[in-house]
Design a protein around this ligand. Sequence first.
Ligand code: FES
Ligand code: FE2
Length: 400
Amino acid sequence: MSARSESSWEKVPRLPAGHFVSGLVYTDPDVYQDEIDNIFSKAWRFACHESELPEPFDYRLVDHAGQSLICIRGEDDEVRTFLNVCSHRGGKLLTEPSGNARLITCFYHRWTYDSLGACTGIPRPSGYSKEVAKDSMGLRGLRTAVKHGLVFIALDEGAPDLDTFIGLALDQFSEMLGTTLLEVFHYNRAVLDCNWKAWHETNMDLYHEFMHAVLRQTQVGAMPMEDRRLITFENGHGGSGGDLKAAYDGYKSFAGRGGDVPPLPGTDPTDFRFVDLFPSTAIIARGTVVRIDTATPLGPDKTLLEMRGLGVKGESQEHRQARQRHHNQYWGPFGRNVPEDMIAAEACADSFRNQAGRYQIIARDENLTGQDDAILRAFYKEWGDRTGRDPGNPIDPATA
Ligand code: FES
Ligand SMILES: [Fe+2]
């Protein structure tokens, strides 16, 4: 037998549950709405790095679960998050993606708010009953927590606290991120024509190392596959379980990495660590530099991707340039890895958009070593628990 027939192609894979995913998880509008309601509106999610709000009143706008949020450092130095919505008639308050706002003034009828979210001014207040007064007209505040410099937000006031949600997933990054002040030196964003999960899968899938020319040279043979340790955590997170190694000298223009800038705290320049935080943030460290990628769903097949590179705050220009170079070799807009991952995510989206592709197979089992698909399976287990849908058959209510 060579090519497969229609019935063979469309048949449910003969694999254990959790080892395959229906293409409908990427395209079905009801599934997508369930994700917004039960995942993005419920779970903690990375918003930005503290260094992006260095001074009081500095803010950034954050797209999250179809809403615009204001993440702002208050006059008391605390970072808070609010819906970017005026209490009066719902005017969108801030429109610049970032800036400094001592006072947040709504353009429509000039109500004002301070950095703590309090309403500080209502023009001609005597026209209102006492129900509409400054004291009761503050902004809608969201839960905001900072861990190792990472700012997380949650729309759901009933969600377990951030430490419970993260569990042990950030332990391997605590020294790197939490003992030296870091700062974002690189930020760019792109909109991809694919579902948010198709992007995040490129972070969880080690098997696609073969796709990246640079990883074929620097990573595939850098250490025995059976010595690699991967780990899955509670709540759908997964990552490297200890340092994986990369052989940067294997790629000609990468030679010299590690000699021109100190590694980040607690790491060796040849270390490669990563953690994929549920639902859609990947933190990747390559000895000298940290990268944070976050995917935000804009629609079933539209995804905003935000990409940040971090170095040591206050380091010399020479060290910063070296770190930028190391960052850009992998991840810069013209680096080797990210454009290739984008092509992969959009290629799969093309197939699933019209149901030409039916299933994704995530069945590699290498006992949490090598290129095991266990991180993907842990992600989809959490996805299924939160949406109440079977990833292998997401629109048949009999299996929900
Ligand atoms: S909608 Fe904001 S002041 Fe009226
Ligand atoms: Fe990749």
